[in-house]
Design a protein around this ligand. Sequence first.
Ligand code: SF4
Ligand code: SF4
Length: 395
Amino acid sequence: MSIISFEIVYRGIFQKSLATKISRTFILAAVKDGKVGISFGRYSDSPERNGIPAKQFGYIADTKEELEEVAAQYEPKQVDVTICVDDALCKGVESWGWYGLQPINAVTKPGGTLIVTSNQSSDDLVKHIHRKDTPYNLSIVKGEASFAGLWVYKDDGTDARCMGAALKACPEICSMASLEAAILENIGGNDHVEAARASYEDARSDEIKPGEGNTEVPFTFELLKWQDMRLGVVIDAVGGHNKFGDSDGGYVPGRNEYFKKWSTRTMRPVIQFDICTKCTLCWVACPDTVFDVTPDGYYDANMEACCGCGVCEAICPVPDCITMVNEVVFDERDSQYEMWNKDKEKFGKYVDEKLAKGKVENRHPITGLAGAFSGAGLAGGHNENNFSTKTLKEL
Ligand code: SF4
Ligand code: SF4
């Protein structure tokens, strides 16, 4: 039996159309080659909250019987190719369906390929990706995360470019001729076909050896078994506790201790406490009650709870006091307030470094998200300037 499988790891709900276009176009191409296939999503409703990681899968088989056998699984245990369309997810995939943090390469087969859309180098990305016991390949499709969303599909060619790179990594998916025909049918015109072709030609991958990468043990927890559940509906009271002091203020709101949003966000807020006026607006407006109140009245964004929506940056009345910065440039989740309080000069340098590396200039005017307008560059990676306010068609 020869089965080819792939997954696309994306952010619900902004990247849903992007992920489904890649998955369905590959299946269409395989069918044109005389194979059978199925494209399906891991989630399709409420868990696809803004920014929550989700997955789209595809199986390709020679016969219907083979396909039925593998499609009976809830989701593939191993895939030939993993396509990750937001490099911040290299830190791990956290969603309601997985019990903790799942490494981005968790189901990539030994010798399979992980494809990431990123402006980072392979070396930088590997620092975030959890190590595996088996080798795999890492291939980068140059560019920021493309927010080709559910409501507004940003036609910037990221889909075609990812498919070109995936086909190079796994030529068994389909023939190039069928991919081109499927792209014309399911996505767009000749510019997309050219983007896929050029990406195929340009695609390179690095072999990542066993044990290479992030040594951190991913956060995990045991789910309650049915025998452990309590009768009836029990809603525990939500309350806060003091983090910063016992008697004189400081407040941390009650939070879900299992659902930590470490990889839910593409960006995180960086706060310059030196110029904060303690106006409370960020604390009031944050939809995820992320801000811990410090005893001296500052507001510290807790990185276990932040989903990276950017509301705090938008509402802060002090220019440059809160800046959203690309999540991928951070290696830690420490309290910024504690860093600042301990050593203001050192924290100032930390802020300068993070802003220089990861300040996101090109943001969607409505969602505020990074990369919403990031163009692919004509014909896949030849254009070094990957930022563009234009779609692939306009380019
Ligand atoms: S980005 Fe700001 S407003 Fe949004 S969840 Fe994080 S702290 Fe709250
Ligand atoms: S909105 Fe800005 S100025 Fe106001 S408390 Fe928050 S960080 Fe400080």
